[in-house]
Design a protein around this ligand. Structure first.
Ligand code: ADP
Length: 440
């Protein structure tokens, strides 16, 4: 049983968790920084506790302060949300050691999956196809160049501890290789305090397709279908949809079975995502995100499963009674991320609504979007019986959306959703770059 949850996060995901808690009869306590005193999550939660000043490293990344806050407010569980400490094995361990339930997989699982080289090795051992040419961690530049030449350029250098699209470098010619390798390693060192890098074949214009997994501690593991996240800006997701326009029922079953096999072997508990790159009808393992993801509502709409609720229930040790036969994928869902381009005060906010439209946000009139954190300020999610209807509903929802006082990417989102190539469904991760070229 979980009675009270400390939410160690902010923004829309904190609001999402507060809402789940309220529906489950669980007391919610929001941990907030000085910059978030007036946040919607703080206002909505049953209670709130300040954990530090605005800089994340002194508040949302301050393990000791968060654990003390949970103890002080008598919470029996901590939900880490997304980002911040959500995939930090040391935090999960310290929370557990304090006798508090960490809402996520076991610390050992997080630790294994957090090292992308280890994660790939585990995927390969479980018969999951991984990206061609994937090497172990790069030890010396000469050997690395040899393996790059073996797989053939272009290659991509990635940080073993990477995340959030950071620390990736594409190399197109052997001549650039050594210099780029050095830069990538020192970038990784400063961003993640770990300079370990590895190589992969760089796939041209692939699709990003991921599978949502839900697992309990009784050995039940199911998948909730895929999300296609190919619309990206600098390797960051902008639009997510389910089902993917290119995934066939055979591919879905195969990806789903691979994912379930891997998660079972990990003894995974809770919500997680396995990410693949897809080229033609082939898919390749990229990584596992050991937490709930920003784009989870897309899967909620096509399955009717409340992922955050079930994640909490799984952490509490409940048997979710999951069976793949009971997971029915129905219709189509799409999510558009509205990102702030700069901080600012919201002078007018009117979110879209109506049939088949969901908005997950923390905005309200008069709210000041602080400069300190992630740019995501609203997610608009639409449901339709099929892709055409869902996309048309999204166009309608975006046309209703009013937000004044904060510059956003709304215009570019309208352009993407209205674009003939997007609507045709036949595109890869290079879509946005080609749309931007057209605009210029
Ligand atoms: P992060 O964890 O930092 O988000 P990922 O490994 O998930 O990084 O990759 C993010 C995105 O980068 C992918 O969705 C894809 O667009 C691009 N990418 C990563 N690896 C490759 C690759 N080998 N070939 C082509 N694109 C890649």
């Amino acid at each position: 049983m979980i009675n009270s949850i400390l939410i160690a996060n902010r923004g829309e995901i904190a609001v999402r968790i507060v809402r789940a808690c309220r529906e489950m009869g669980i007391r919610s306590v929001v941990a907030y920084s000085s910059a978030d005193e007036d946040s919607l999550a703080v206002r909505m939660a049953d209670s709130a506790i300040r954990v530090g000043p605005a800089p994340a490293r002194e508040s949302y990344l301050n393990k000791q302060s968060l654990i003390s806050a949970a103890v002080l407010t008598r919470c029996d569980a901590i939900h880490p949300g997304v980002g911040f400490l959500s995939e930090n094995a040391a935090f999960a361990q310290e929370v557990t050691d304090a006798g508090i339930v960490f809402i996520g997989p076991k610390p050992e699982t997080i630790s294994l999956l957090g090292d992308k080289v280890q994660a790939k090795k585990t995927a390969r051992e479980n018969g999951v196809p991984v990206i061609p040419g994937s090497t172990g961690s790069v030890e010396d530049a000469k050997a690395a160049l040899e393996s790059a030449e073996e797989m053939g350029f272009p290659v991509i250098i990635k940080a073993a501890a990477g995340g959030g699209g950071k620390g990736m470098r594409i190399v197109r010619e052997a001549g650039e290789f050594e210099r780029t390798l050095k830069m990538a390693a020192s970038e990784a060192e400063s961003a993640f305090s770990d300079g370990t890098v590895y190589l992969e074949k760089y796939l041209e214009d692939p699709r990003h397709v991921e599978v949502q997994i839900l697992a309990d501690s009784h050995g039940n593991v199911v998948h909730l279908g895929e999300r296609d996240c190919s619309v990206q800006e600098k390797h960051q997701k902008l639009v997510e949809e389910s089902p993917s326009p290119v995934v066939t029922p055979e591919m879905r079953a195969s990806m789903g079975n691979d994912a379930i096999r891997l998660f079972k072997s990990l003894g995974y508990v809770g919500a997680g995502t396995i990410e693949f790159l897809v080229v033609g009808d082939e898919y390749f393992f990229m990584e596992v995100n050991a937490r709930v993801q920003v784009e989870h509502p897309v899967s909620e709409l096509v399955t009717g499963v409340d992922i955050v609720r079930d994640q909490i229930r799984a952490a509490a040790g409940e048997d979710l009674g999951l069976s793949q036969d009971n997971i029915n994928l129905r219709g189509y869902a799409i999510e558009v991320r509205i990102n702030a381009r700069a901080p600012g005060r919201v002078t007018n906010y009117l979110p879209p609504g109506g049939y088949g439209v969901r908005v997950d946000s923390f905005l309200y009139n008069g709210y000041f979007v602080p400069p300190n954190y992630d740019a995501l300020i609203a997610k608009i999610i639409c449901y339709g019986d099929n892709r055409e209807e869902g996309v048309r509903r999204m166009e309608r929802a975006l046309s209703e959306f009013v937000l004044e006082g904060v510059p956003t990417n709304l215009d570019i989102q309208k352009r993407i959703i209205g674009h003939k190539t997007f609507q045709g469904g036949n595109f890869g991760t290079g879509l946005l770059a080609s749309i931007m070229e057209e605009v210029a």
